[in-house]
Design a protein around this ligand. Structure first.
Ligand code: ADP
Ligand code: MG
Length: 442
């Protein structure tokens, strides 16, 4: 029937539109299992392996569906779902293939020995070493948070390596949140979630990377939370990493409370000395001999994260190998010009301050400028106001107006409060100093 084909085409067009916009694993796990069943001019029917796939599609791609599929009177896409009953044969085949327990994959370079310590990460490193030495017996869970490229995954794998070496009998699993979700989807598809539960709940140490990816994945959050609780109840160690502290994750209160049960440790951007040490270590690992003054020079110019430092070393290595010319300040400057953040010609703006504070305090720029009274956001806002008053020439009223139309007296109050707090709060003082240091290097 012509109409049917047109509607089927609509579904196909939707898939063609989606595929290049999805990560291959996402497409494989979420979209490929959906089967087109039938179509009328008013509705498209598809078959899904489980309710999660249905919800995922509607949660993430409703707008796109509306572009390609018929639309209901209430503005919703006209799509109906049939949940598939898997045949036994199919389930068995896929069980063999997909449900085998995941192998432990740790990056061999990410050990405690190769992790350079400095004031920004001392606390978090010793917490990680503490749980590795006595899994389940000290802080549980250990929650590590901090910006990108600051060594969270490195430390997580460090725990894995240490446990493997020193507690040989313990079962360890290191998994990204994305992998956990994909794993769960596979098991749901195969109706084998019980197997998965068994696997996770029999672990001794569970290391979970990037828990922020659990945000807005309601159904998975519950399963994760159950696994989590069951392990903690048995005193099994859990370590979690995240780009934000628990209270700022958009997760259920139950989940946030669980994350805060143990120890929450923050990893901050490394200070100058630590960056120099990291550059020296990484260049040595790569066989690049780098003059200490050059290491210092590079560290002065790259301050956002360690991944950038590594990128710089890789570039210098490639250059030194190819050209066989000794490195000096001039050619280093040239080779690294796109990584160096020198902006001698540019004056500092409020936006620069907001960028730095938002990174350091792991709070969105829009939140700093907004009205939220959440503790972390309010503190970041006060620090931004403090720095604005300290470092910018504009009038207080003009500066205050950038913070959601606040008045000059609010800004002055924030400045006073932070000035006072810095006297007794070492951590805050360090954060503000770090912000100033980063501003100097802009
Ligand atoms: P994150 O998970 O926080 O985004 P990673 O753990 O992936 O960061 O770290 C990025 C890179 O920087 C990795 O190659 C890691 O080995 C390196 N790195 C980060 N911090 C340190 C450190 N303190 N000492 C040595 N290498 C580090
Ligand atoms: Mg990471």
């Amino acid at each position: 029937m012509a109409t049917c084909n047109i509607e089927k085409d609509a579904w196909q067009q939707f898939l063609d539109f989606l595929q290049p916009r999805c990560a291959p694993t996402e497409f494989h796990n979420w979209i490929s299992p959906i089967r087109f069943v039938k179509a009328t001019p008013n509705e498209v029917t598809v078959e899904v392996p489980n309710i999660f796939v249905q919800e995922y599609l509607l949660e993430n791609y409703k707008k796109d569906l509306l572009h390609f599929l018929p639309v209901q009177a209430n503005g919703e896409p006209a799509i109906s779902f049939i949940i598939k009953e898997p045949t036994k044969k199919r389930a068995n085949i896929s069980l063999k293939k997909e449900v085998a327990p995941a192998r432990l994959t740790l990056n061999p370079m990410y050990t405690f020995d190769t992790f350079i310590e400095g004031p920004s990460n001392q606390f978090v490193k010793s917490s990680a070493m503490g749980v590795a030495a006595r899994p389940g017996k000290s802080y549980n869970p250990l929650f590590i948070h901090g910006g990108v490229g600051l060594g969270k995954t490195h430390l997580l794998h460090g725990v894995g390596h240490y446990v493997q070496k020193h507690h040989k009998k313990l079962r360890v699993e290191c998994i990204t949140t994305e992998e956990f979700i994909n794993n769960l989807v596979d098991h749901l598809r195969n109706k084998s979630t019980q197997k998965m539960k068994q696997f996770y709940r029999n672990l001794d140490v569970l290391l979970v990377d990037d828990i922020q990816f659990l945000q807005s994945r309601l159904n998975f959050e519950e399963e994760f939370c159950n696994t989590f609780e069951s392990l903690i109840k048995q005193n099994k160690q859990i370590v979690v990493t995240s780009d934000k502290p628990p209270s700022q994750l958009k997760l259920s209160e139950r989940m946030i409370a669980r994350m805060e049960w143990g120890l929450v440790a923050h990893v901050a951007p490394p200070d100058l000395e630590t960056r120099v040490a990291i550059i020296c270590q990484k260049s040595e690992q790569k066989g690049l001999s780098l003059d200490p003054t050059l290491a210092f020079f590079i560290a002065e110019h790259i301050h956002v994260n360690v991944r950038q430092l590594e990128g710089a070393i890789n570039k210098l290595c490639a250059y030194a190998n190819l050209m066989g010319i000794p490195l000096n300040k001039e050619n280093v400057c040239e080779i690294l010009q796109d990584i160096f953040q020198t902006r001698a010609d540019k004056t500092l703006t409020l936006d620069d301050i907001l960028d730095i504070v938002s990174r350091l305090f792991e709070v969105k720029k829009s939140d700093i400028k907004g009205g939220s009274r959440m503790k972390e956001i309010a503190l970041a806002r006060q620090v931004a106001m403090y720095l604005a008053k300290e470092l910018l020439q504009d009038s207080l009223s003009k500066l205050a107006s950038h913070f959601g139309g606040k008045t000059h007296s609010t800004l002055l109050h924030a400045w006073k409060k932070i000035s006072e707090k810095m006297h007794d709060d070492n951590f805050l003082r360090k954060q503000v100093e770090l912000a100033k240091q980063q501003i100097r290097y802009l």
